[in-house]
Design a protein around this ligand. Structure first.
Ligand code: GAR
Length: 210
């Protein structure tokens, strides 16, 4: 019998991806893992309410209370170590962290990004901005990516990806909703479960799923 993995979730906003993880855990879709802690970079993130409503421990580590990225990263990293996190999930976490956390949790952190990496990703591509850029470019297909977090922003090994169509009538908000509902909320819990079941391996910058 494998030991249950402790899942810590980092959030900054509404927390619909956190909700998808909570729902998946409740319905038994996350094998061998339990959400034990939610850490927010913002005190007023609605994601914190979602965690509390489900009896999950919450912490606020606000970026504005720390002088620089290094101090902020240390605070988040120390907290995750204290919580004995086996997996760290970035679920709409909008604050930049440095390599300290990558060294502490190598290939133990996963992020959901609302586009098909390597398109529309990297610095400045977050939240609605991603969908604005997708519409501006006029691509006909977009989607979301779940990947390991490394020191390269949105550059770590890709675990899962799936697509949606872009429609002429789309606004950034409508497209964001389609990407979330059809891809993010499904792929993130799936990737978390695969990780917790030790089914993902990384070789030469690629992942392989058993
Ligand atoms: C999601 O679309 C997520 O993919 C995106 O922000 C949204 C958060 O929503 N993340 C990024 O852009 C990170 N680069 P949520 O708080 O409702 O889960």
């Amino acid at each position: 019998m494998k030991t249950m993995k402790n899942i810590a979730v980092l959030v900054s906003g509404g927390g619909t991806n956190l909700q998808a993880l909570i729902d998946a855990e409740k319905s038994g879709l996350i094998k061998n893992g339990k959400i034990t802690c939610v850490i927010s970079s913002k005190a007023d993130a609605y994601a914190l309410e979602r965690a509390k409503q489900n009896g999950i421990k919450t912490k606020v580590i606000a970026r504005k209370d720390h002088p620089d990225v290094a101090a902020y990263t240390k605070a988040v990293t120390d907290s995750l170590i204290e919580e004995k996190a086996d997996l760290v999930v970035y679920a709409g976490f909008m604050t930049i962290l440095d390599e300290q956390i990558v060294k502490a949790f190598p290939y133990k952190m996963i992020n959901v990004h609302p586009a098909l990496i390597p398109s529309f990703c990297g610095k400045g591509f977050y939240g609605l901005h991603v969908h604005e850029a997708v519409l501006k470019k006029g691509v006909k297909v977009t989607g979301a990516t779940v990947h390991f977090v490394t020191e390269v922003c949105d550059g770590g090994p890709i675990i899962l990806q799936d697509t949606v169509q872009v429609l002429d009538s789309d606004t950034p908000e409508i497209l964001q909703k389609r990407v979330m509902e059809n891809v993010e909320w499904k792929l993130l819990p799936k990737a978390v479960s695969l990780f917790c079941e030790d089914r993902i391996t990384v070789k030469d910058g690629r992942t392989y799923i058993k």
